[in-house]
Structures are given as structure tokens and as C-alpha cells.
Design a binder for this molecule. Structure first.
Ligand code: ACM
Length: 684
């Protein structure tokens, strides 16, 4: 059945395009993310009722299975009972008619474009490849809207294709192991955001996660029993492929190799060293010995075992953060360097990398590595994975250096989501940002990758660190450079964030589980008040020096229940800005309702039975409650005097202090408000 609201006579007027009215306008209406390259509103609507059907022009390829899932997601979202909860093939009268020309081989640069047209009564999605059709189906799901009576697909014409070919998410499964189901739900979420590379960081100092038949000690001694079997890896690669997502494995060498050396110490650079799986975070010295031929035999055999599991042509060898301490301490290595005329360890690492590149070439694989691999002699077929940025502390940065030297490059700097920075920060960072590049150089920027380093995350919390910020970054990778309005992004992200839960992502639901555990009670309301204004400490200050937390430390703490971009804090700080510039009664009332919430929250908190988890929280909460009472008095015009100003200032200083690895993000707003109230003469 069709619901059409617009008379055709008005069609010309109603056809509003992004070019005519600007992206901001249409994005008020549609909660699409990533925002499409071209979109027009045509005023049509297709109602979703029991007649809803999806038909595909052919059954081969990825679309049929994907569409089954899409129908399930639509019925779950809407609550509509459909008569045909399975896709049809070549059914001309279907409500959604998907058509693609060819089944694509999944590889870098595959055509992902599609066109979506909401017509008078039906929707068409046309694509060159089946992968393009999947991207179109995700847009379809995001176009579902409702009024008070029914659900419908909003009337638009979309022409879309990605800006970048490489739109990745790296998950580090070494620092903390993440089981298959965690990876699968994240692959689903990636596909919903049109992301297309899963970079699997399989080894590091804290764990080697591949069950090797050739070198079984790797998982027996280097993994604490937490690893993936070959069938599990095949399962993930196939699951990703069905969603148009490439999988790039990483075995990080020659540094970050403690777990490998815990299993095979004879491959290390320091004789007699007691190699043990690393439990802390940081950069460590255990390093493969580049002058030991057995190291290359080992890597050759290991790659021979791993590579058949991963059809993608790129293989990531890590290569980062080798400080070469154990190389410097090895007399034979020193002699070797002298003999070869190597000036430094960089030269030696180049020697090592080029040997690896040749091994990989034997298996038809191309090398990718962190930007330290970019040394003279590295073939231009290698992809440079820039983690040290565009312009941070380096002349023009490693991404720019790479593309200027003729390498293709992928950017991760500023997409380090484990640094717990605001979504605004990541979103505004453009992979080919402020530096002047030629067209050719710019084309070598393949895209970007979000990095989820997992020192401080477990399967319980990892989703809350990846999402929803990664959705906004996915937009940066897919959409036009001009799509950068923060307000629009935040509005759409709020909706998308909610929808990610449909895919099993637990970034919202996990919190209650953690808070119940902290409170030892199901009455978590008073703690929820806090998680809306506290954020985890940022940019690695939570685990300064890498020694506060070990791999097996608890990650069910208050800081884990907090996330960046804490909602109430963000809104409160904005409200303070507007109140200070124009102190209306309405705004005063809104501020009062925040302060009441915090004051009352503390009263509820006191009802929780004391337990050791709550003591430090209690001290801070008490201060928050006290300052809230003072502000309430002032805003209500009761009892403003000098003593109270200094009381507030004292409390602000207390509240500025980190609390159990979190910070109160309303402090800046509170300070600003105090200043504003003083200027207004509400308080001396
Ligand atoms: C890295 O963050 N060491 C790639």
C-alpha cells in the first residue's frame, strides 16, 4: 500500500536538493549517517504495512541474505507484521526493488555506489555491484520515519558513493581478547555505517590470538587460553565479506612481540631474557632478532598458515614503536649493523621489513604497516598506516610525507577513539586536511581507520568506546568534505546511536549492568545522574605510565560506566553559555532543574547501602549536592552573599579534582555561571 502526501503540481517546488538548500536543511529532516553525496526530497512516502516486500533482481551475491536481515530489522523497528518476511526474486510489484549488475569481488576500490529512489508507491535501489546495493539498503533503513498512525519510508532521491575507499575500524584483541560475537556485532554496526575494512590486530605484547598448528606454543604460552581457531577466523572473514567488509590481519613485528617471545624466546634479541606475557600497558623492549635466519623461517611459516584464511591482498605487519633497546644491547646485532654499514636501528628495521615484504610477495600479499615502516627501500606497493598524524610534531606529518613520496596511505591519527575525546574532535578531522596536496597525492590518501586499542576495554565495555563516535567518523570517511556541521551531526548521531542497539551493540545498555554491580542494588538512578555529567579521564591520563591497570584489573568501575560526550554535561554547559549572555527566567528555571537533579540525586544516593565501591563517589557527590544547593539559592534569589561566593569557589576546586579516574565535565560551566552571576550582581 502506498501513502503519497504530495500533489504532483507542487512537485517542482517540493524537489528540494542539497545543492539548493544546503545540507543543513535536509539533514534537519532526515537522520541519515553517513550523509549521502546527493539527496533530494521529492515529497513521496511509501507506507510500511503488511504488504511490505523487498525483491532483488537475482539471488546470487550478497544481497538476498542481507535483505532477509533488513526485513527483520524493519519489522523489529516498526512492530509491523509483514506477510512476506523474506526477500523475493525479480518480483516487479515489490515495494522495494533492488537491482545490481554484478557480484563484486571484495577488494580495495570496489564500486560501492548506489541510487535510491522513493517513487510513487515503491522504492528502487540500483547499483553496479551487490555491495553498492547493501549500502543502499542501509540508507533505506535510515529513511524509516513515522507519524502518530503509521511508519513510512521518506520520499527522497539519493545518488551516493564513498569519498574514500578505505573506511576502517581496527580492534585490538591482544590487550583484551574479544570473542567472536563481539566482533560480529561490531561488523554489523560497521556495515550499517557503510564502513568496509576490519583491521584485526591479532598480536601484541599482551597476547597472541591465533591458534597455530605450526607453532602451537604461540597460543599455548602466549595467549592465556584466549585465541581464535581457524574455523572461527574463517567465520569472521566470511561474515565480514557478506557485509562488504574486507578483513586485514595484523601480526605486529619486530617490536610489540613479547607474547611471541614468551612462546619462542630463541627468536628474541636478548639472550637469557625472561620473556613473559606483558600485563601492563606501554612500549616494551622484547624484539625479534633481525639477524637470526630462524626469525624469517618462523615468519614465513606463520604467514603461510595465516594468509590462506584472509583473502585480502593486504597484510599488516605492524612495525611500530620499536625503540631498539634490545638490539643495542646485543653485540652480534651491533657487529652486523657495522658490517652492513647501517647507520641506525631504522636501517636495520628496513632490512627486516624488506625481507618480510619479499615473504609476503611470495604469497601474493602486499605489505601494510604503521608509519615507522616508511624508510628508503620500502617498495611503493606498501600502504603506510599513519598513526603519527598529519602535522603533529612532524614536519607535515607522516600521512603527507607518505603520499608525497608516492605511497598510498591510511590515516588513523585523530581517530584514536581510545583517547576518549569528544566526537566533535574526531569528526572535524579530515584525512586530507589542511595541507596542500596535488590531485595525484590526494588520490593516494585511501581513507582512514578508527583505532580501538583495548588496554582499558573488555567485551563488556568495548562497544561504549567504539560507538556512537565511530558512526560520526564513518561519515567523515564516506561523505563530502563539506558535510561538517556539528549541530547536524550531533542531532543525527543521537538517532543513529539509538538504532545501533538494534544490531546488538551494547553501548547504551551495558551501563545499567555496570551500575547495578557498583551499587549492589537495582536502584541505580542516583548513579545514572552522575554518569550523565562525569567522563573518563582523557588522552591516556586514566592509566598514566601504563601501570595503574593490568590486563586482568577490573573494568567494571565507575569510570567504565562513564562515556565521553556526557549528555547532561554537554547540555548544561551550552545552557550556561546562553544564560550568561541572556539570563531569561526560562533559562534560570532550566538551570535550576539541573541543580535540583544533582541535589536530589545525592539524597537518593544516600539510600544505597554503603559499600566500598561508593565511598569516594560519596565524597564527590556530597560536594556536588552542596554546590547545587548554593546555586539553587542564588538562582531563586535567596541568600546571595560574599561568603557563598567563596564557598562555591572552594567547592569548584574540590570538584575539579579527578574522581576514581573520571572528571566532572560541568565544572567549566559552573565556573562560567559563577562569573556570570557576579557580573549580573546576583552574587557578590
Ligand atoms: C600505535 O599506536 N603504536 C600504532
Amino acid at each position: 500500500m502506498i501513502y503519497k502526501i504530495v500533489k504532483t503540481t507542487f512537485l517542482a517546488l517540493i524537489l528540494t536538493s542539497s545543492t539548493i538548500f544546503g545540507q543543513g536543511k535536509l539533514s534537519d529532516k532526515y537522520n541519515l549517517m553517513p550523509w549521502p553525496q546527493e539527496i533530494q526530497s521529492n515529497g513521496n512516502r511509501v507506507k510500511i504495512d503488511n504488504d511490505f516486500t523487498i525483491s532483488i533482481n537475482k539471488k546470487e551475491g550478497r544481497v538476498y541474505d542481507y535483505a532477509t536481515n533488513i526485513i527483520r530489522r524493519i519489522t523489529n523497528r516498526t512492530g509491523v507484521f509483514v506477510d512476506k518476511g523474506f526477500p523475493l526474486v525479480n518480483e516487479q510489484k515489490a515495494i522495494v526493488r533492488v537491482s545490481f549488475d554484478e557480484v563484486a569481488e571484495l577488494k580495495l576500490g570496489v564500486n560501492e555506489s548506489y541510487e535510491l529512489n522513493v517513487n510513487n508507491g515503491f522504492v528502487t535501489i540500483n547499483a553496479k555491484t551487490d555491495i553498492g546495493a547493501l549500502r543502499g539498503l542501509e540508507t533505506l533503513v535510515q529513511l524509516i520515519d513515522h507519524n502518530e498512525n503509521f511508519f513510512f519510508i521518506d520520499g527522497v532521491v539519493v545518488k551516493d558513493s564513498p569519498r574514500y575507499d578505505w573506511r576502517g575500524l581496527m580492534i585490538d584483541v591482544s590487550r583484551h581478547f574479544h570473542p567472536i560475537e563481539v566482533l560480529k556485532r561490531n561488523l554489523d554496526a560497521m556495515a550499517s555505517m557503510k564502513m568496509n575494512v576490519f583491521h584485526w590486530h591479532l598480536s601484541d605484547d599482551q597476547g597472541f590470538r591465533f591458534k597455530s598448528d605450526t607453532y602451537p606454543k604461540l597460543h599455548e604460552l602466549g595467549s592465556d587460553g584466549l585465541y581464535y581457531t581457524k574455523p572461527q577466523i574463517r567465520d569472521i572473514v566470511s561474515y565480514a565479506n557478506e557485509r562488504g567488509i574486507r578483513v586485514v590481519p595484523e601480526i605486529d613485528v619486530p617490536g610489540h612481540a613479547t607474547a611471541i617471545l614468551a612462546a619462542y624466546p630463541e627468536l628474541g634479541s636478548k639472550d637469557g631474557y625472561d620473556y613473559k606475557i606483558e600485563r601492563f600497558s606501554g612500549v616494551f623492549h622484547p624484539t625479534l632478532n633481525p639477524i637470526n635466519p630462524k626469525v624469517y623461517t618462523f615468519l614465513d611459516n606463520l604467514f603461510a598458515e595465516i594468509i590462506p584464511l584472509f583473502p585480502d591482498v593486504y597484510f599488516h605487519i605492524g612495525g611500530d614503536e620499536n625503540e631498539g633497546k634490545h638490539w643495542d644491547e646485543n653485540h652480534e646485532i651491533k657487529k652486523f649493523k657495522n658490517k652492513k654499514g647501517f647507520k641506525n636501528n631504522h636501517d636495520l628495521q628496513t632490512y627486516f621489513n624488506i625481507k618480510l615484504q619479499k615473504i609476503l610477495a611470495k604469497y601474493d600479499r602486499k605489505l601494510m604497516g604503521w608509519d615507522e615502516i616508511m624508510t628508503d627501500g620500502m617498495p611503493k606497493s606498501a600502504i603506510i598506516h599513519s598513526w603519527r598524524g598529519v602535522n603533529e610534531g612532524f614536519k607535515d606529518g607522516t600521512l603527507v610525507e607518505a603520499v608525497k613520496k608516492g605511497y598510498q596511505a591510511v590515516l588513523s591519527n585523530d581517530y584514536y577513539i581510545d583517547r576518549v575525546q569528544s566526537v566533535d574532535h574526531h569528526y572535524l578531522f579530515d584525512p586530507a586536511g589542511g595541507v596542500q596536496l596535488t590531485k595525484e597525492q590526494e588520490n593516494r590518501v585511501l581513507g582512514g581507520e578508527v583505532t580501538m586499542w583495548s588496554e582499558l576495554v573488555t567485551p563488556l565495555t568495548v562497544d561504549s568506546r567504539i560507538w556512537p563516535r565511530t558512526a560520526a567518523i564513518a561519515e567523515r570517511f564516506w561523505s563530502s568534505k563539506e558535510v561538517k556541521d556539528l549541530k547536524s551531526m550531533r542531532k543525527r548521531l543521537a538517532v543513529v546511536s539509538f538504532q545501533l542497539e538494534e544490531l546488538g551493540i551494547t553501548h547504551l545498555s551495558y551501563r545499567n549492568q555496570l551500575l547495578r554491580n557498583i551499587a549492589k542494588s537495582k536502584n541505580t538512578e542516583s548513579l545514572e545522574v552522575l554518569t550523565a555529567i562525569f567522563e573518563p579521564l582523557k588522552i591516556y591520563t586514566r592509566n598514566e605510565g601504563g601501570t595503574e591497570y593490568k590486563t586482568f584489573s577490573p573494568f567494571t568501575l565507575f569510570a567504565d560506566a562513564c562515556v565521553v560526550d556526557a549528555n547532561d554535561a554537554y547540555n548544561f554547559n551550552l545552557l550556561v553559555d546562553s544564560y550568561v549572555s541572556n539570563p531569561t527566567t526560562e533559562r534560570s528555571r532550566e538551570l535550576q532543574s539541573y541543580f535540583s537533579k544533582w541535589k536530589n540525586g545525592y539524597s537518593k544516593f544516600l539510600e544505597l547501602k554503603n559499600n566500598p565501591n561508593l565511598n569516594e563517589l560519596g565524597n564527590h557527590y556530597k560536594n556536588l549536592s552542596l554546590i547545587s544547593s548554593l546555586y539553587l539559592d542564588i538562582l531563586k534569589g535567596e541568600g546571595a552573599n560574599k561568603a557563598r561566593t567563596s564557598d562555591i569557589e572552594k567547592l569548584v576546586e574540590e570538584l575539579k579534582k579527578p574522581m576514581v579516574d573520571t572528571e566532572l565535565v560541568t565544572v567549566s560551566g559552573m565556573e562560567k555561571l559563577l562569573k556570570g552571576l557576579k557580573n549580573q550582581g546576583d552574587i557578590k
